[in-house]
Design a protein around this ligand. Structure first.
Ligand code: NDP
Length: 478
């Protein structure tokens, strides 16, 4: 698919040295699991087995929490902020040095295009550690009192859509504030978290400050319900988030939840069309739409509907789907067979409910998990594809006539994570931003992230903020 033919330009895999099997990272060392259970992690683009990974059971989680508690009491909480900062700076620099290797590894295990892991994920990981390294010795100026105290041991569970970046969002603020951490990566994307464990060793991080326990949902449950945890941080589905909130409610654990979204990307008639189309594409097809804040509902002002749709279709015909390790690839593989099945099911429901489905001509690879960029028109607010998070490269298009109608439709969702506004009028941007019930509102851009900018949701998108000064609050006893 596409107007131009490019020769393949795959990034070399040789830079990555995978082990055949990985243990759990507990107390600064890789150790086997107590039960001897393991699972395989595969490349979603080829279904090739990449490595075998240990499945942590409750006894392993207990070992990890004990190691984190010991490190918290004996080392990490005793260190002055400027000493903690040195470790965080060191980690950030090692991430930069290993950027190429980490980007290839992330694309292999997750299926995302190397262009994104190389230019977005990994630079943001380093930025997140640099940013929080800067806070570690300045916490008394963060607005949380003269001597803000850490909470203790953080139990952190992350999803598969931005594996190393979500790890950075969790571990960097936890450590900067003086906490220790036990983190569980997603079952389908454990490899960069294990590479991060090696980075902790290389940085001489005191043993037990960071512990990585791999496994599936049961491992996550064992972690968040462990009585030795002081703080739970979760990013993932709203369904699991609600379950965790119920489990933590009777305890003294502090909880932050970063859950799903169904963001409106709102295009007014005075918006520059080509720029808006780039924003729409970036909003929903970046990372195959596996983005909690994806602009999955396009709201177009009726007067420019035909023009915007025609330009969007032309642009989608130039997207290149295929090998995630090819630098020319725009759309990579769907992360897992289960996620592909969910995207297919909801797309079929969209058609059955009467919406019109369109995809550019696009050849899908035979092996692996793939779904073409898809646009649904004729969507009404009652349709499931307009209400539910699809978490894939599927855009639902709706129209509006007035700004008030745009606000009403945008807010007509149980979620409230993000929104986008495209217009030349600054006054309209401010008018919209003050009415949209979303944690992040982007104006004339979309999917832009910065460690200094707090991120988080309203309603069923969760609570608490990550990043910026506000994100520190989640890891301090305030
Ligand atoms: P989940 O919410 O199930 O997974 C997120 C993380 O939580 C994973 O590490 C998972 O482990 C773990 N987990 C699962 N069950 C529990 C539990 N009971 N207690 C503690 N931890 C648990 O998301 P899925 O990966 O299953 O994706 C399902 C849907 O969720 C997607 O289709 C998408 O709509 C949404 N989603 C939203 C994300 C967001 O950023 N808002 C991110 C990911 C998904 P494991 O992976 O091993 O199952």
């Amino acid at each position: 698919m596409g107007k131009f033919e490019y020769a393949p330009a795959p990034e070399s895999r040789a830079i990555v040295s995978l082990r055949e099997s990985y243990g759990l990272f507990i107390g600064g060392e890789f150790t086997p699991g107590v039960d001897g259970l393991a699972f395989k992690t595969i490349s979603p683009a080829t279904e090739e087995v990449l490595a075998e990974v240990t499945e942590a059971g409750p006894a392993d989680v207990d070992r990890a929490v004990t190691a984190a508690r010991k490190a918290y009491e004996q080392t990490w909480s005793q260190l002055p902020g400027k000493e903690r900062a040195k470790y965080l700076f060191r980690i950030a620099r090692i991430v930069q040095e290993k950027a190429r290797e980490l980007a290839v590894l992330e694309s292999l295990d997750n299926g995302k295009p190397i262009r994104e892991s190389r230019d977005v994920d990994i630079p943001l990981v380093a930025a997140h550690f640099f940013y929080h390294a800067g806070w570690a010795d300045k916490l008394e100026y963060a607005g949380y009192g003269a001597a803000p105290r850490p909470l203790g041991v953080a139990g952190q569970v992350i999803p598969w859509n931005f594996p190393l970046l979500m790890l950075a969002w969790k571990i960097a603020p936890a450590l900067a504030c003086g906490n220790t951490a036990v983190l569980k990566p997603a079952e389908t994307t454990p490899l960069t978290a294990l590479a991060f464990a090696e980075i902790c060793q290389q940085a001489d991080l005191p043993p037990g400050v960071v512990n990585i326990v791999t496994g599936a949902g049961e491992t996550g449950r064992a972690l968040v319900t462990h009585p030795g945890i002081d703080k739970v941080a979760f990013t993932g589905s709203t369904e699991v988030g609600k379950e965790i909130a119920r489990e933590c409610a009777p305890s003294r654990k502090k909880l932050t939840l970063e859950l799903g979204g169904k963001a409106a990307n709102i295009v007014f008639e005075d918006a520059p069309v080509d720029q808006a189309v780039e924003g729409i594409v970036n909003g929903i097809f970046f990372n195959q739409g596996h983005v909690c804040c994806a602009g999955s509902r396009l709201l177009v002002q009726e007067s420019v509907y035909g023009e915007v749709l025609a330009a969007l279709r032309r642009r989608l015909e130039t997207l290149r789907l295929g090998d995630p390790l090819d630098k020319n690839t725009d759309v990579g593989a769907i992360n897992s067979a289960a996620q592909l099945a969910k995207i297919r099911e909801l797309s079929e429901i969209g058609e059955a409910e009467g919406a019109q489905r369109w995809s550019p001509p696009c050849e899908l690879p035979v092996k692996g998990f793939w779904f073409p960029p898809t646009v649904f028109t004729g969507v009404s607010q009652a349709h499931r594809i307009a209400r539910e998070e699809i978490f894939g490269p599927v855009l639902s298009v709706l129209t509006f006539r007035t700004p008030a109608e745009a606000v009403e439709k945008a807010n007509n969702t149980p979620f409230g994570l993000s929104a986008g506004v495209w217009t030349e009028k600054g006054s309209l941007i401010l008018w919209m931003a003050s009415r949209l019930r979303a944690g992040v509102v982007w104006a004339n851009t979309f999917n832009k992230f910065d460690p200094a900018s707090p991120f988080g949701g309203y309603k069923e998108s969760g609570y608490g903020r990550e990043g910026g000064r506000h994100g520190l609050e989640a890891y301090l006893d305030v």
